[in-house]
Design a protein around this ligand. Structure first.
Ligand code: ASP
Length: 332
């Protein structure tokens, strides 16, 4: 096997075989390398998502189980949360900004490195589907605000009021003091980031949110920004984030995690390092939550967060599981 191909396959194993290229001098695999590569049995299809989104991962699993493409599973799964009026951090029913406007961010990435996103879009309930249209139907990758809304309407999406009575009531209550101190696991909770591998072994991902409750008008977080809220590389795996978007943006968290997996870290190790990069340069870290989930090409997953209380939902081999994440700040 040529040296170049060996490096590629080694990094694909996710077993820490991605030795620095400079120390690989042989042209062929050793018997030990061959054995290690052969023992990796990919377990897919699989879907994982931030938080305990049972209905969303179930919808995605139903697509995957029938042999559907991971991109279709992602869209179907994310749409479930966008339609859930009780989820105040995604889609319809999302908490508004401090002026009372619900503004949505979403992005999607496919197996070919395609990316589409909308940010600060109002009045359209399914931003994940609009993001997919941006990816598939335009020469661009990201549309914002009025332009995104106009594009969505042109694509056949209908305008609707996304501010529910319950969200409006909560916002009016918040306005009495107007203090912007996002509450950990509450005001930055329930953004759905989802990663899926289909029967062909191809990975896609999506991330959709209404962002931080009572944010400033025009604020855009990490969720729809490539490399921050989501990153997919079909030769390595994917990662996605939830929590305080500003912190994820500053460390380009999801890209970092995928690159760490490329270098041989497991998804778990990569998520832990992603969180460490945030907290160890930020004395303020006790005041915010960030949670990551990552999936490599073998269907191995990992998750990690700053504060306890985060977890991921997974559907694999016909079974749904909730996995509680370990956290940087250990509970006393
Ligand atoms: N990451 C999202 C944002 O900053 C919020 C969240 O995950 O709830 O917009």
């Amino acid at each position: 096997m040529k040296r170049r191909n060996f490096i590629k396959r080694a990094s694909l194993t996710g077993l820490g075989l991605a030795v620095a290229p400079s120390i690989i001098s042989c042209e062929t695999e050793t018997e030990k390398d061959k054995k290690a590569i052969a023992t990796v049995t990919p377990v897919f299809p699989i879907v994982v998502a931030t938080w305990n989104f049972k209905n969303a991962t179930k919808a995605a699993w139903e697509v995957l189980e029938k042999g559907g493409a991971s991109i279709d599973a992602i869209e179907a799964g994310c749409r479930v949360e966008e339609a859930d009026l009780k989820n105040t951090t995604v889609g319809n029913g999302g908490s508004p900004d401090r002026d009372g406007n619900v503004t949505l961010d979403a992005c999607i990435m496919n197996k070919d490195g395609g990316y589409g996103a909308v940010v600060c879009m109002e009045n359209i309930a399914h931003p994940i589907s609009v993001a997919r249209k941006v990816m598939e139907e335009t020469p661009h990758v990201l549309l914002a605000g009025k332009g995104a809304e106009q594009f969505a309407v042109e694509q056949g999406f209908k305008r609707e009021n996304l501010l529910t009575e319950a969200s409006k009531k909560a916002w009016l209550k918040w306005k009495e003091k107007s203090e912007y101190k996002p509450i950990i696991n509450i005001e930055n909770h329930d953004t759905i980031g989802m990663l899926a591998i289909d029967k062909n072994g191809d990975i896609s991902g999506g991330c959709t949110t209404s962002g931080m409750a009572y944010k400033m008008a025009g604020r855009v977080g990490d969720s729809a920004i490539i490399g921050s809220g989501l990153f997919i590389d079909n030769s390595v795996g994917g990662a996605t984030a939830t929590g305080m978007g500003e912190e994820v943006l500053k460390t380009v968290g999801s890209f970092l995690i995928v690159e760490l997996m490329r270098q041989g870290r497991t998804p778990q190790e990569a998520c832990e390092e992603g969180v460490r990069r945030i907290v160890e340069s930020n004395p303020n870290y006790t005041n915010f939550q960030v949670g990551y989930v990552a999936l490599n090409k073998q269907g191995e997953y990992g998750c990690y967060c700053v504060h306890g209380g985060f977890g991921i939902s997974k559907y694999q081999e016909g079974k749904q599981t909730y996995i509680k994440s370990n956290s940087y700040i250990k509970k006393a």
